[in-house]
Design a protein around this ligand. Sequence first.
Ligand SMILES: [Zn+2]
Ligand SMILES: [Zn+2]
Ligand SMILES: [Zn+2]
Length: 192
Amino acid sequence: MAATVLATVGTGSPASAWTNTTHSPYRFCGDCFVMFYWGLAPSGHCPATGYPHRQVGWFFMIPFGGGWTPTDQPDWRWCRNCFGLFFNGFWPDRGRCIGTNIENIPHRTGSTFPYNYVLPHDIGEPPGTQANWEFCINCFQLFFNGWAPQRGVCFAYGGPHVPDPNAFHFAIPVSSYESGRGLRDLSPGFEP
Ligand SMILES: [Zn+2]
Ligand SMILES: [Zn+2]
Ligand SMILES: [Zn+2]
């Protein structure tokens, strides 16, 4: 959702259903469109620029703990190389990671944030969440697919991220919003 429509009435459970067991802050990268952990400096590695990811817009709270339900998918993990959130449920296949900028390696879990994240999906866009987050079939990361002209940059092959049309559509709990940091080279003024 855009910042101005936070109060939009959606369907499904309110975000407050998860706020007791979330890890934050995660942020959207305005260059490559993935969800990454923001709070360690520098902020990982961005395949769009070769520099750290660049936070834009919402602060996200990622639920963790628990298992499968009809609307929750576990096995999402933090990558210690790129700081992105990736799906670890197809192990040993862990997608493709920019690593240290010179590698093309699988994502790696890390003891810094060992959480087994559980992402709510196919619940619409309840108040306090942002919908249109999806799994990329190439890099296995969670990316924002809510702005049709662009799908960011995927390190797996250099083009935009590619959603699986049959995969889940995630709605991620948000807390606050930081304005004034638009997307570079894409749409000045657009802030997801
Ligand atoms: Zn990035
Ligand atoms: Zn990675
Ligand atoms: Zn990708």
